[in-house]
Write a protein that binds this ligand. Structure first.
Ligand code: ARG
Length: 258
């Protein structure tokens, strides 16, 4: 082969390679433009909340869903809604998935699909530090209790006989009501209660060790989109395998998930 021909062949090969790479690149760009519309109720630290300027969404769920989106090749778009508006938004197709410390239960499973469980939780009580009359859940009988609307706390506390339930739009409002002495206790997910006590600098309240229920959090997906549910579960599985889940867990809870 003459030198000239060799140069020509190489040039042709390089052009072809560039074309192939170019195609791949375009495909990738198109993929990364897929948007995952995520519904959250961003008032549930350390799972989902906004920084002091009220801009950046942060928390365990936020890191997890961003990692899930990345694994799936989707751009994550966060939509902040009321907690009791999340399932209706999924049903209406306004959001694709919802991650919000949402407990998997039978009632919700009638309306939406849930991913594999990603966090184990339960309910606990916060009372004023000088409160000696409430030590466990049965003691809430006849007492005023603040809960967030539409949560498992609201459902469980209502089962207690003679309890006066006061429902609020956010868990921040329930804590405020306790501070204002409008209620005797707050019932909420334990990690959220513990985080509040740790971060708020509030010294006049205490979390009680008594735990009601054992609950699993799941990512909710519209029933119309089985394919998306599979993608979410695949992504979760990969994040467990590659250590990313544990990394996020340790960042927010200081211990490993195992
Ligand atoms: N785990 C509870 C439930 O599913 C409370 C969740 C509240 N989440 C939130 N982001 N406000 O009912």
């Amino acid at each position: 082969m003459s030198r000239k021909l060799l140069v020509l062949c190489m040039a042709a090969l390089m052009a072809m390679a560039a074309l192939v790479a170019g195609c791949g690149g375009e495909q990738k760009a198109a993929e990364s433009e897929k948007v995952l519309k995520v519904g959250v109720n961003a008032d549930f630290a350390p799972f989902e909340f906004q920084d002091e300027n009220g801009k950046e969404y942060q928390g365990f769920d936020m890191d997890l869903i961003r990692a899930v989106g990345e694994e799936m090749g989707y751009k994550v778009e966060i939509n902040n809604l009321n907690f009791d508006g999340l399932i209706p938004a999924l049903e209406a197709g306004n959001i694709d998935v919802c991650i919000s410390g949402m407990t998997i239960n039978e009632e919700r499973k009638q309306k939406v699909n849930f991913s594999d469980p990603y966090y184990k939780s339960g309910l606990s009580i916060i009372v004023a530090k000088d409160n000696d009359s409430i030590k466990k859940f049965e003691d809430l009988k006849g007492k005023k209790v603040a809960v967030q609307i539409g949560t498992t706390s609201a459902a469980e506390v209502k089962k207690i006989e003679g309890v006066e339930v006061k429902e609020f739009n956010s868990s921040a409002d329930t804590f405020m009501e306790l501070r204002a002495k409008g209620v005797d206790a707050v019932v909420n997910d334990r990690p959220v209660n513990d985080y509040y006590i740790m971060k708020s600098g509030e010294t006049n309240v205490k979390a009680l060790p008594d735990l009601l229920t054992s609950e699993d959090y799941g990512i909710a997906v519209s029933k119309k989109n089985e394919e998306l549910l599979n993608k979410v579960n695949d992504a979760l599985r990969k994040l467990h395998e590659n250590g990313k889940y544990d990394e996020i867990f340790t960042k927010w809870f200081g211990t490993t998930s195992k």
